[in-house]
Design a protein around this ligand. Structure first.
Ligand code: 6R9
Length: 645
């Protein structure tokens, strides 16, 4: 399956890039040999109110478990992303906004304008009672006001929790309740691919489930009719009357910056918490080195602000570096499959960062949608979110980039804050499908099932042996769960949940999740989350969910459902269950297949044998392995006979 070809660093990249191969080796070597002085030096890239004198202070051991970076430093993230660029670059464009509908005009927002709006909105938040440490939920589409909202929270020291606009009222309410936020910032409606998303109506529905939520700030985005009641405020009204001056709140480096909910192997999403100083150093440095970024270049990360990629590489990385970041409201395949490349041409995009699932979807539409555009400004391409299959990699390289642009395949996680294993374009020879080599400061190891560290070319589970500045600090409200989830499988190490191979050149090849997390179109879904949603339905007695290979999505969702005794399987019920999951979680959790199963394959101790369910979902029924430990081996025959596919 893996591709053995090597794409060497193009000579002009080796010459001109910020980091060449020798530079990488030196940086990487120093980062591990002398992390203290290395990171204090890197920290100087930011503007500190009080510069730190301590770098990392951490232990992954149970007895002394703690993680902190730059703990004696003070800074403000919004001041680093805005104020410090004003004197020299206030009139430079910070955000290029490309609307959903290509017939509409894009917006260009300078650092000065963005700063002014952020200051006013920060004051508006304070007037609404928001103070340092308060949690503010943000449920917005991809509009510039989303950037204003996140940065305004950072300015006043409030902790933002962005909930993806595709999540349902139920999912939104759960996240609002979990972090105890009393305020939500939303819009009348969102737009994606010509379709409207009723965001304000969703918030109103969520309010019934989350009684603590008492204020809603609404951006008028589409002008669609919405009900405004008690505690509802129009964003633009608040901005119009807000004071223009707002001093950035001095934050300790370890004060929280944001919470972002992500799926794990249990039913309830966890609130990943990132703090201020280490996170910003990490995303700022990685944005600069991985993308060889220089201010003035037009950079486009085509993610949604609701995912960590949007936080780190649409907003905080690029703006902390004084960059120009493109924000896209739309989708890749509307009005047609040419849209991404048209946006590249319209704005002269030099660096494009997107996901394999989008590439696969566009690839299947044929090359003509690409080749009819110019793309002459593109110089670097990036991917994130899941392993990229070599075929999609080569299409991206040869057709999109016309062989001229290196591809940075960046492996990282919500938990890691920023890039962990990634090529640097002037330093790293590329192999299609490999995330290549560790970023400075990252000490990856491959361990076997018992935790024994494997050397040389090998395959096993990926752990990180030391802390890095961008590491998450806790699970909101459940520090014990943080320790249990990440540091107990292989004591003393951070467990990523990913399987990984290392080849003879020391290159890392991520093979996918080894836990009960599936990756659907680059979105993380806990199988337990979908199962919990299914069993909430009155007809369902039990459910088991697994991933299966899907041409476009990477993985699809296959659900085995056992109905209550008085229920009868039917196509209507199947449709109802699909709709049910969409309502409970959101469209990204839509099951691709539902199989009614009179029984599930269980061991005598009652454990569902997911290995068997995965094989059946994959259609690989000839090698189900040992089924003799099952309480009732006959259920397998029924499952095989009634496979959906
Ligand atoms: C940034 C992000 C994290 C999981 C991760 C892994 C998969 C992400 C990848 C990749 C192979 C890459 N993943 N990037 N696998 N190559 N370049 O995606 O965060 O949503 O938390 O997902 O995604 O399985 O563990 P998140």
């Amino acid at each position: 399956m893996s591709d053995q070809s090597v794409y060497p660093v193009p000579p002009e990249w080796a010459k001109r890039a910020k980091v060449n191969r020798a530079g990488y080796e030196k940086l990487y070597g120093r980062s591990l040999a002398d992390p203290g002085s290395f990171w204090l030096e890197q920290a100087r890239r930011l503007d500190w109110i009080k510069r730190p004198e301590i770098a990392g202070d951490w232990s992954f051991d149970k007895a002394d478990f703690h993680i902190s970076w730059f703990a004696d430093g003070k800074l403000n993230v919004a001041a680093n992303c805005l104020d410090r660029h004003l004197a020299a670059n206030g009139d430079k464009v910070a955000i290029i906004w490309e609307p959903d509908d290509p017939a509409e005009q894009p917006r260009r927002i300078t650092y000065r304008q963005l700063h002014a709006d952020v200051c006013k909105f920060a004051n508006a938040l304070k007037e609404r009672g928001v103070a340092k440490g308060d949690r503010v939920t943000i449920y917005l589409p991809m509009i510039p006001e989303a950037a204003v909202a996140l940065l305004a929270c950072a300015r006043v020291g409030a902790i933002h929790s962005v909930v993806f606009g595709g999540f349902s009222p139920e999912a939104l309410a759960g996240r609002v309740e979990d972090c105890g936020s009393t305020i939500v910032i939303t819009a009348d409606e969102g737009r994606r691919g010509g379709k409207k998303v009723p965001l304000k109506a969703n918030v109103d529905a969520a309010r019934k489930l989350a009684p603590g939520l008492d204020q809603v700030i609404v951006v008028k985005a589409t002008g669609g009719a919405v009900a405004m009641g008690d505690g509802d405020h129009w964003y633009h009204d608040l901005l119009a009357t807000a004071e223009p001056e707002c001093r950035p709140e001095p934050m300790n480096a370890e004060d929280p910056l944001f919470i972002l909910y992500t799926s794990g192997s249990t039913g309830k999403p966890k609130g990943v918490l990132h703090t201020t100083g280490g996170y910003l150093v990490w995303v700022s440095l990685s944005h600069e080195l991985t993308f060889d970024y220089r201010p003035g270049q037009i950079y486009w990360c085509a993610a949604d602000i609701g995912w960590v990629t949007g936080h780190s590489y649409i907003l905080y990385g690029p703006l902390s570096n004084g960059g120009t970041t493109l924000m896209f409201e739309g989708v890749p395949n509307w009005p047609d499959a040419s849209r991404i490349w048209q946006v590249c041409d319209r704005h002269g995009v030099e660096i494009l960062y997107t996901a394999p699932t989008a590439l696969r979807a566009l690839m299947k539409e044929g090359d003509e949608f690409v080749t009819r555009t110019s793309r002459s400004t593109l110089r670097l391409l990036g991917t994130v979110g899941e392993p990229i299959n070599p075929e999609a990699w080569r299409w991206y390289h040869d057709v999109v980039g016309e062989g001229r642009c290196p591809i940075v395949d960046t492996w990282w996680q919500t938990e890691t804050g920023g890039h962990m294993i990634t090529p640097l374009p002037g330093a790293t020879d590329l192999k299609p499908g490999s995330a290549t080599l560790p970023f400075p400061g990252i000490d990856p190891q491959i361990v076997d099932g018992e935790g024994a560290v494997q050397t040389g070319a090998t395959e096993g589970n990926l752990v990180i042996a030391r802390s890095w500045p961008g590491q998450m600090r806790t699970v909101w409200g459940d520090h014990d769960r943080f320790f249990q989830t990440y540091f107990t499988t292989y004591p003393g190490k951070y467990f990523t949940g990913d399987g990984c191979r290392r080849d003879e050149d020391g290159y890392y090849w991520i093979t996918g999740r080894v836990d009960d997390v599936i990756n659907v179109s680059g979105h993380r879904m806990g199988t337990a989350e979908v199962e919990s949603a299914l069993v909430l339905h009155h007809a369902v007695a039990e459910a088991a969910v697994v991933g299966f290979p899907h041409d476009i999505k990477g993985q699809g969702i296959y659900a085995y459902v056992t109905l209550n005794a008085d229920e009868t399987p039917s196509d209507d019920l199947r449709k109802e269950l699909v709709a049910w999951v969409r309502t409970e979680i959101g469209p990204i959790a839509t099951p691709d297949a539902i199989q009614f199963a009179p029984g599930l394959p269980k061991t005598r101790s009652g454990k569902i044998m997911r290995r068997i369910l995965r094989k059946i979902a994959e259609g690989d029924v000839s090698s189900l392995g040992d089924t003799s430990t099952l309480a009732d081996p006959a259920v397998v025959d029924d499952l095989v006979a009634n496979r959906v596919g």
